[in-house]
Design a protein around this ligand. Structure first.
Ligand SMILES: Cc1cc2nc3c(=O)[nH]c(=O)nc-3n(C[C@H](O)[C@H](O)[C@H](O)COP(=O)(O)OP(=O)(O)OC[C@H]3O[C@@H](n4cnc5c(N)ncnc54)[C@H](O)[C@@H]3O)c2cc1C
Length: 443
């Protein structure tokens, strides 16, 4: 087995979060057959193989030293949009925003919308189980993947699942792939559920808040009022300042930050009742104006990266139960004071998913603060990751969470799954479950 005829490159890469990748070779796949060849080639030579979609992982999930980096960005065809069975069949390298543009032309959409959707690949979003702004109403990729084709570690290509809403034939291997971070197989095709575009008018309410706890109180109020928004996103004042500075957003810099809540028209009064008592000022937007606000929110991490200006940039992704949001917001402020740093918060606040961003020059205190935030979430019955995954960045805290919440037996079951799928440890080794289990020497 060789790589003759495949497009290859020898150079280094860096992902969005700044992790350096030093592969021995980058190989571009254009078909599933190419993927099979590369996997067999890597396996024969015992070379680690790391799949690459678009490199927007925030956790070092594509980092590699001496690996073969399998670039799937050229497998970018939308193979079928089925407007009766309501699915789309795609290759992994399709850009997620492009896919939604195509779907919109036919009156459909694929709701999970990570803020990186204009950059990331569908394959990357599936294997990361990505969430994003609309997850509060529609869930993450977990809820939208029907079936996949995968090349396994021995080079066999298999199809898992069927493009059906209901299918109980066997263990659910499809959803084992969702969130597997390239450690169980290489995704070469996916059937994703699609749904008609909403027909009711949607209005975005922008609330300027007194403080960050007010944002949490609005969310609690909406839950009690049984309001399910299209999205509910929070950005604190430092995020707004970064957007103004780097993207000329022109947003008012109110001390408590900004909450964006989009709802169908018939729920607007309920939203206003809750928001008014917690905010200093309100603005309502529709159409292009609302889209601009949504797009600014999507670019918040880009603005923060510019703000970090080369400093260490660690994006947290913790989840807390919604009922614990006020406590979590208060504790984040206390940690800022304790460490003497600003920790700008972007949040999919409606589902308790918080992204405090740590931007400091000194490595040791960054890691310490990072782990303290993650532990706070676990202690509240939450999670160290809602959507960004684990990669290399969250190995320790993921281990702590699983051991505390689920137990050692569960971590060793997870390791067993990795070994079953990849007995020789070729696929994206030394990360995620394997690394979390190894550090406790589970066998
Ligand atoms: C500005 C910004 C905003 C973001 N906002 C969000 C957000 O709101 N919500 C969210 O969930 N995430 C978010 N992310 C994180 C990230 O964008 C998502 O996880 C994204 O879906 C990853 O896609 P990718 O194509 O870039 O994957 P990559 O970064 O290339 O890869 C991610 C992982 O998937 C593996 N992989 C990639 N393709 C395949 C394949 N075909 N088969 C097997 N394994 C594969 C890689 O090996 C790696 O382990 C954000 C990132 C950025 C930079």
């Amino acid at each position: 087995m060789d790589l003759e005829g495949l497009e290859v490159e020898e150079r280094e890469r860096e992902d969005f979060a700044g992790y350096k990748l030093r592969p021995t070779l980058i190989v571009y796949a254009r078909s599933e057959e190419d993927v099979v060849r590369v996997v067999k080639y890597a396996r024969e030579r015992r070379i680690p193989l790391v799949p690459w979609g678009a490199g927007t992982s925030l956790t070092g999930a594509t980092s590699c030293e001496g690996c073969i980096l399998l670039d799937l960005s050229k497998m970018d065809k939308i193979l079928e949009i089925n407007d009766v069975d309501w699915y789309v069949r795609v290759q992994p390298g399709v850009n997620l925003a492009r896919l939604n543009e195509e779907l919109e032309r036919k009156g459909f959409f694929l709701p999970p919308d990570p803020a990186s959707s204009f950059l990331c690949s569908v394959g990357g979003a599936v294997v990361e189980g990505s969430g994003g702004m609309r997850a509060v109403k529609y869930g993450s990729f977990k809820e939208w993947v029907l079936a996949v084709r995968v090349v396994l570690a021995d080079g066999t290509a298999v199809k898992l699942g069927e493009p059906l809403r209901k299918n109980r034939a066997g263990y659910d291997l499809v959803h084992l792939m969702v969130g597997s971070e390239g450690t169980l197989g290489v995704l070469t095709e996916a059937w994703l559920r699609i749904t008609p575009l909403p027909r009711k008018k949607v209005i975005t309410v922008m609330a300027f808040l007194r403080d960050s706890e007010a944002a949490a109180n609005v969310i609690l109020g909406l839950r009690k009022a049984r309001v399910l928004p299209e999205f509910s996103e929070y950005m604190d004042v430092d995020v707004i300042k970064a957007l103004n500075r780097h993207l000329s957003a022109g947003l008012k810099e109110s001390e408590g930050g900004v909450l964006l809540i989009a709802v169908e028209e018939d729920q607007l009064d309920d939203v206003l009742n809750v928001v008014k008592v917690n905010s200093q000022e309100l603005v309502m937007a529709e159409g292009e104006e609302a889209e601009k606000l949504y797009s600014l929110r999507a670019q918040a991490a880009i603005a923060l990266k510019a703000e970090a200006a080369g400093a260490k940039f660690l994006a947290e992704d913790v989840v807390v139960p919604v009922s614990k949001l006020p406590e979590a917001m208060m504790k984040l402020k206390q940690m800022e004071t304790k460490y003497g740093v600003r920790m700008p918060v972007i949040a999919h606040i409606g589902d308790g998913n918080l992204h405090p961003n740590i931007m400091v020059r000194e490595d040791a205190s960054a890691t310490q603060l990072f782990e303290e935030v993650a532990r706070m979430a676990v202690e509240m019955g939450g999670s160290v990751t809602g959507e960004h995954g684990v990669g290399v960045q969250k190995v320790n805290v993921m281990r702590e969470q699983v051991l505390r919440s689920n137990g050692e037996r569960v971590l060793s079951l997870m390791l067993g799954i990795k070994r079953l799928f990849d007995p020789e440890g070729i696929l994206n080794p030394g990360k995620y479950v394997e690394a979390a289990a190894a550090s406790r020497r589970l066998t």
